[in-house]
Design a binder for this molecule. Structure first.
Ligand code: NAD
Length: 511
């Protein structure tokens, strides 16, 4: 396609001459795998090997869980003051700021996302560490002083224990930062497994945790695959909780795996997120947000606005404007600061995206833009064209499944009831959006949409203060806000009698 905006290979010294060597962090020590196994990660944009990582096995995972369990049970961290934990989290935030370019570059090289977006992601992650620090100092339980003249009740908030943190490849540093600082603020100890596609930035974070003075064993990192590392982290009886972000399929498998030991499981899963556009919407803003919502992170985003539901009276105008603006979005080398859309994570994933598009076309949908891979001059990696598909019916797989690529589908509606019905006709319920200048339309939609987040006249704005999570098959539990800390807390009831006023159960003569 010649009428797209394509940025060719960028002259950059960011591609390393030697791959980054990533090892496990277990009990404060950087370790190779017990059996010496490793795996490689190549840049999906450039093809070059950028990371060689230790490939964890059962023994490494067992050692990490042993370290986390011992650190928790020993009690120094769990019973440390909120002030001390907050001080440490703030130190980590400062170190993240200091290492921002290094972390962002590693993230871009492993994930294929544009460097400008990686930089913003690392900045946002540091903010989460600062926000979690504020929660560490302010968390508290409750007291009950109205239980009667001789009773006092106290509800204590305690760390839940050892937490397994399992993360995906699409926002590796941000997502670990949506979990880890909150778990640490609560006083938990952890074992972390980043995606096998993106191990480097979690390892860099481990270096910063050690530099900040986190006691050994409080945070452990095991690199490797779902099997055997992830399965051991979700079945070992010494683990109290699993917090997982990833696909709905793996999330369901984790719920089953964790069921035998009744671990708490918190899940952030997929989405097929609709944006509903009413005829009175500010179309300039809506079109820009639609284009942002579908191409941000190449559509490899749980919050991707991948399903547009537009009023039939304005559908043709909206599609034409989306197609025109899509042509202006710079796709290309993720190391170029001007690039807005980088590489697809792997050839297998690119093939999956394309298969959805081809199947939809075969079923009668119209490919209005894109619909194929793009060759970026000078680069050997995987890239997919900005793709807009209309004449889609609600039962087509492309309208129901998470495609996880730069592929937008357009459905139409006649009235608000129709728009709400289409919105809720989905297995997922992560986020939804509405565009209208009428506050009543927006509020009614916000109340009726089955989604964890509803955006009105905006898309994908997120804040540390605002909880995030999904309903239906998009997950359970919440991250961020004060709820993000609550997830990692257990509640203990302490009921106390004042004085010796208790009426005996047995009126014994023996005493
Ligand atoms: P994935 O489910 O394939 O993998 C996620 C993690 O789980 C990886 O670390 C992987 O190694 C591990 N894993 C795989 N099998 C496992 C098993 N049986 N037991 C334990 N761990 C296992 O997901 P992905 O492809 O890395 O990420 C993309 C998915 O993540 C998309 O579905 C996306 O919507 C979702 N996601 C959701 C959110 C959210 O907040 N809701 C955010 C980002 C990504």
């Amino acid at each position: 396609m010649t009428d797209l905006t394509i940025l060719s290979k960028y002259a950059s010294d960011a591609l390393p001459s030697e791959p980054f060597r990533a090892r496990h962090l277990i009990g404060g020590q950087w370790l190779d795998s017990a059996d010496g196994a490793t795996f490689e990660r190549c840049s999906p944009a450039h093809g070059t090997c950028v990371t060689i990582a230790a490939k964890g096995g059962a023994a490494d995972t067992d050692a990490a869980i042993t370290a986390a369990r011992a650190a928790f049970d020993q009690g120094d961290w769990a019973f440390s003051s909120g002030k001390d934990r907050a001080t440490l989290l703030l130190r980590v935030a400062d170190l993240i700021d200091r290492e921002r370019v290094r972390i962002a570059t590693a993230e871009t090289l492993e994930s294929g996302k544009p460097i400008s977006q990686a930089m913003a992601e690392i900045e946002g992650a540091a903010d989460l560490w600062r926000f979690a620090a504020s929660l560490a100092r302010t968390m508290h339980g409750e007291s009950h002083n109205s239980l009667g003249p001789d009773m006092l009740g106290v509800v204590l908030k305690e760390p839940i224990g050892v937490v397994s943190i399992i993360t995906p490849w699409n926002f590796p540093f941000l997502i670990v930062s949506q979990k880890l600082p909150f778990a640490l603020a609560a006083g938990c100890t952890v074992v972390i497994k980043p995606s096998e596609m993106t191990p480097a930035t979690t390892v860099i974070l481990g270096e910063l945790l050690i530099e900040a003075g986190l006691p050994f064993g409080v945070a452990n990192i095991v690199l490797g695959y779902g099997d055997p590392v992830g399965t051991a982290m979700t079945t070992d009886p010494r683990v109290d909780m699993v917090t997982f972000t990833g696909s709905t399929g793996v999330g369901k498998a984790i719920v089953k795996a964790a069921g035998d030991t009744l671990k708490k499981v918190s899940l952030e899963l997929g989405g097929k997120n609709p944006q509903v556009i009413f005829p009175d919407a500010d179309l300039d803003s809506a079109i820009d947000a639609i284009v942002f919502g579908i191409y941000f992170n190449a559509g490899e985003c749980c919050n991707s606005g991948s399903r547009i539901i537009v009023h039939e009276d304005i559908a043709e105008e909206v599609i034409a404007r989306i197609v025109a603006l899509s042509r202006e979005v710079p796709f290309g080398d993720p190391l170029n600061p001007a690039t807005k859309v980088g590489a697809i994570i792997s050839p297998q994933h690119q093939a999956k995206i394309d298969a959805y598009v081809q199947a939809a076309a075969k079923a009668g949908a119209q490919v209005r833009l894109g619909g194929a891979a793009i060759a970026i001059p000078g680069l050997s990696g995987e890239f997919y064209q900005p793709t807009v598909i209309s004449d889609v019916t609600a039962n087509m797989p492309i309208a129901r499944d998470e495609v996880f690529g730069p592929v937008l589908v357009v459905l139409t509606f006649k009235n608000l009831d129709d728009a709400v019905a289409l919105t809720n006709d989905a297995a997922y319920g992560l986020s939804a959006g509405v565009w209208s200048e009428n506050i009543h339309t927006c509020l009614e939609f916000a109340r009726r949409a089955q989604a964890g987040t509803v955006w009105t006249n905006t898309w994908m704005d997120g804040f540390a203060e605002m909880p995030f999570g999904g309903v239906k098959e998009s997950g359970q539990g919440r991250e961020l806000g004060r709820y993000g800390l609550e997830e990692f807390l257990e509640t203990k009831t302490v009921t106390m009698r004042i004085g010796r006023s208790r009426t005996p159960w047995i009126e014994t003569k023996a005493i």
